[in-house]
Write a new protein. Structure first.
Length: 481
């Protein structure tokens, strides 16, 4: 096996504890095969330039994760890793010189591992071929394909790099959406769109069959469909049971947030809550219902946590505007039950649900009561709360940040006004290329960093409509004290 599983631990109790292990997927060849006519069906707003996304952007993400989570794999080797002659071997799961980290874990590596088992390979290939409508001879050919190559084919949808046999799954880079660790349980999600069906299948096979997760097999939770779901009329019925990881946040050991959004249905949230309470995974779940708009997609496109008492968020959705403050005559006749209004309901097992008026009220309650913060809760606003930059920068994931540790977060370099807002709150700001060089030269220690926003190159990644919170599935974080 590529991945060592003897000392693996699954435990995520917050959004900000020191990150120790996560699951990612580096951009594969399938991303380079998205065509304009199918982009929206495959959930992309645009087509991206694959090599730029890899070499100039995502590779920096992998290197940064290595310095924080698995420094022995990279410290003192950066020049060699970046050398042109090595052709990015460090980043390629099918290469002999791949990093094969058991802290920064590549999904493709885990898939390759389980495909080495004959029985699993036959079952998984049959399942993939069933949902992708492959003919039987192709199924037999795939079963006889060597595991390393087969993993690439299943993910990219292409034989021999160029011959497309079924659609790619370009959204696999957003690894959070297929599963979320909740304490020492793994909640496998139910993506809303058909384009992500293969990702869901791969997640099930990996978590149930890879020895890395063997000790936690009884802790894998699958969200069921509602009773007699097959009688629902139509495919796009609002009652469809869907839940994606961008709508799930583990904010404290006993408190989970679930967003109801364009991608996560009320039915999906309902089934998840019943499942979590039945297994006593958490005591409290708060549902945050946001407008069903492509602008927002998931709750992690609207807010993410930076520190125990600090959050970054889109202010226009975070507050409640009073109708009485607007003296225009038309305001008196406006629909008071606007679909654009955020609704927040908190459920505690065996207790009466309570509501919050605003996202800010909820986040302040989490900081103060769940995380025992003694400091005033701070909010850093997208675009520095200035129109039109608030909306423009939220669209390019100004609120979608990943915390490597409390106060040290990474986000895109293009959101200038949001960067200004971080600076005004006393954060240092540094570009990732400069930071990596400081790590390599022993000018900075990753473990001693505080209050820092790390800026990541983003011209292609941002066009995929997801930030680093989306591109991470934390498996282990230190508990925050």
């Amino acid at each position: 096996m590529i991945i060592n599983h003897s000392d693996f631990k699954l435990d995520v109790t917050s959004e900000i504890g020191n990150l120790r292990a996560l699951l990612i997927h580096s951009p594969d060849n399938g991303l380079g095969k998205v065509v304009p006519s199918k982009a929206q069906d495959w959930l992309f707003e645009d087509i991206v330039h694959l090599e730029t996304m890899r070499k100039n952007e995502y590779d920096y993400y992998v290197k940064l994760l290595m310095y924080f989570l698995d420094p022995g794999k990279i410290k003192g080797k950066l020049k060699d890793i970046d050398a042109e002659k090595n052709k990015r071997a460090f980043f390629k799961p099918d290469d002999a010189d791949f990093h094969a980290s058991d802290k920064v874990i590549e999904i493709q590596s885990l898939l390759t591992d389980i495909l080495r088992e004959d029985d699993i390979r036959k079952k998984l290939v049959a399942s993939v071929c069933a949902i992708e409508h492959c003919h039987y001879r192709l199924q037999l050919k795939l079963i006889d394909t060597e595991p390393v190559e087969l993993a690439k084919i299943i993910i990219s949808g292409s034989l021999n790099r160029d011959e497309m046999i079924f659609a790619p799954i370009p959204n696999l880079i957003f690894s959070r959406d297929i599963g979320v660790a909740v304490n020492n349980y793994m909640l496998l999600n139910k993506p809303a769109k058909k384009a992500r069906a293969r990702e869901t299948l791969l997640a099930r096979y990996i978590f149930f069959n890879h020895p890395l997760f063997a000790a936690y097999r009884d802790n894998i939770l699958e969200i069921p469909e509602t009773v007699q779901h097959f009688l629902r009329p139509g495919e796009d019925n609002d009652q469809k049971t869907t839940l994606e990881g961008g709508d799930v946040m583990m904010v404290s050991p006993q408190h989970l947030l679930i967003g109801c959004s364009e991608r996560t249905s009320v039915s999906g949230a309902n089934e998840a809550i019943k499942l979590l309470f039945a297994h006593k995974v958490v005591k409290k779940v708060t549902v945050v219902k946001i407008p069903h708009k492509r602008d927002y997609m998931h709750i992690d496109t609207i807010f993410t946590q930076v520190k125990r008492n600090t959050w970054v968020l889109l202010r226009s959705l975070a507050i409640t505007e009073s109708y009485m403050d607007n003296h225009e005559p038309a305001s008196w006749f406006a629909d008071k039950k606007s679909k654009d209004k955020v609704e927040i309901v908190q459920f505690e097992n065996g207790k009466k649900p309570i509501t919050f008026d605003t996202i800010e009220d909820l986040l302040n309650d989490i900081s103060t009561n769940d995380l025992d913060s003694k400091k005033k809760t701070k909010f850093i606003y997208s675009g520095n709360d200035t129109f039109p930059f608030d909306a423009r920068e939220q669209w390019t994931d100004s609120c979608n940040l990943l915390a490597l540790k409390e106060g040290v977060v990474l986000g895109y370099d293009r959101n200038d006004k949001t960067v200004d807002a971080f600076k005004q709150q006393g954060f240092d700001v540094i570009r990732v290329a400069d930071l990596l060089q400081k790590f390599e030269n022993d000018e900075l220690d990753p473990q001693k960093m505080k209050n820092t926003l790390i800026l990541m190159p983003s011209s292609e990644l941002s066009r995929a409509r997801g930030g680093f919170h989306c591109m991470s599935m934390p498996l282990l974080r230190d508990r925050i004290l």
